[in-house]
Every structure is written in C-alpha cells, then in structure tokens.
Design a protein around this ligand. Structure first.
Ligand code: ADP
Length: 215
C-alpha cells in the first residue's frame, strides 16, 4: 500500500509497480472517476465532493474497496492499493476486511509540498487507466495515453482551491497514518524526489526486501 501527498507521483509509481510485480493496481480515485464517467449512483454522489477536493464518506469508500478485494485476481496474486486508506477509520476497516491476512508493506512516498504543488499545476491524467503525464512530459501522440490509448486530460479537481483543500485534508486526516503504520512495523519511507525510473528503483528495492522477509 502506498501513502503520499497528492502529486507525489503515487499513481504513476503504483501503476508501474503493479506492472513490475504483475498484480492488480487498486486505486480508489480511478475507481471513483470511472463511476463518475459511467454515471452510476455512486459516481453521481461522488462528483461534487471530488471536484471540491473533499473526501468521500469512509463507509462508502470501504464498501467499494471491500468488494474489489474479494475478486479472484486480488486473492490469487495480491495487490497494490493506491489512495486508500486516507483516514484512521479507513485503515481500521481495511484491517478488518483483510483479516486474517494483513498488508505486507505500507510505503510513504515522500515529496516536499512545494514540489507537489509545482507537479500538480502541470499534471495531466489518462481518463481510462489513470497514467500520469505533465505539460513537460506529455504522451508521445498528442494527449493520447501511451499505455492504453485513452484520452489524457486536465483533472477537474486539479484547480487551485481543490488542490489546497486536498493537501489540507492530507495533513489532517492522512498524514497521521504514517505513525499508525509505523507502530505496526509496516512502514517504509521512500523519497519520491528524482526521475520516475530512479524512484521506481527505490520502491522495487524496498518491496523486494519486504517480500524476502515474509517468505
Ligand atoms: P489525489 O491523490 O490526487 O487526491 P485520487 O485520485 O487518489 O487523487 O483521489 C481523487 C478524489 O477521490 C479525492 O480528492 C477524494 O475526493 C476521492 N477519494 C479517493 N480515494 C478516497 C478515499 N480513500 N477516501 C475518501 N475519498 C477518496
């Protein structure tokens, strides 16, 4: 599971880790955006809150995550969880859902706030698979995703106010989870500063070490 501020490169790195280890990438933000696009009741409820940068209710998120974690691909191969839990309540529920198993590792992908603000301002995201690009590193063919061919867009919640609110909520609601998981001996802090390949190398090293220790 990967924690980290908005714009820390969490989504991109989780997607790449999921390819590296051939396990499903479960990203609550991507699941919610898919629900918004499909116009489901969940999506209709989620849209206004997401656009303002507010968190969705814990119960609603954890119901969605619990359903996904029951699917056979997850049970067979494990998973990379991205964007959840974001509150202590979600972390407690996740613990109950996974029992008797538990998370193998929680990574805090660390990037200074000034840098995430710069990254968010130029971030562009694939609507279909969630891959991240930026104005300075666009896809090869104009705004068509290199990975899946989806449309690469400026997210509606990447406005200045919504970004501010998301970072505020991160500090108050999500950052305390770093200590929460450290107390459970599950936490590894990895610097998210540097070229994406370099950061991926650091992450793989930490995950390999945890896998060796648990095997
Ligand atoms: P970012 O990390 O850039 O904020 P995400 O794609 O993870 O983006 O999430 C986008 C939005 O989806 C959040 O601002 C929030 O409204 C909602 N969301 C995603 N995951 C959760 C969660 N675990 N709990 C509550 N709301 C969530």
């Amino acid at each position: 599971m990967v924690l980290g501020k908005q714009g820390a490169g969490k989504g991109t790195q989780c997607l790449r880790l999921s390819h590296h280890y051939v396990v499903p990438h479960i990203a609550t933000g991507d699941m919610l955006r898919a629900a918004v696009k499909a116009g489901t009741p969940l999506g209709q409820r989620a849209k206004a809150l997401m656009d303002r940068g507010e968190l969705l209710p814990d119960d609603l998120i954890m119901e969605m995550v619990a359903d996904r974690l029951e699917e056979p691909d997850v049970r067979a191969r494990g998973f990379i969880l991205d964007g959840c839990p974001r509150t202590t309540r979600q972390a407690e529920t996740l613990e109950e859902i996974l029992r008797p198993a538990h998370l193998d590792l929680v990574i805090d992908l660390d990037v200074p706030t000034a840098q995430v603000l710069r990254r968010l301002a130029s971030r562009r995201v694939c609507e279909d698979c969630g891959a991240n690009y930026s104005l300075s590193q666009p896809p090869t063919v104009k705004w068509i995703c290199d990975i899946c061919g989806g449309e690469v867009v400026h997210r509606e919640d990447d406005t200045e106010e919504a970004i501010q609110r998301r970072l505020e909520l991160y500090e108050h609601q999500t950052a305390p989870l770093v200590a929460w998981y450290r107390a459970r001996h599950l936490l590894a802090r990895v610097s998210g500063v540097g070229a994406p390949d370099v950061v991926l190398g650091r992450l793989v090293k930490v995950v390999d070490r945890a896998r060796q220790a648990s095997s």
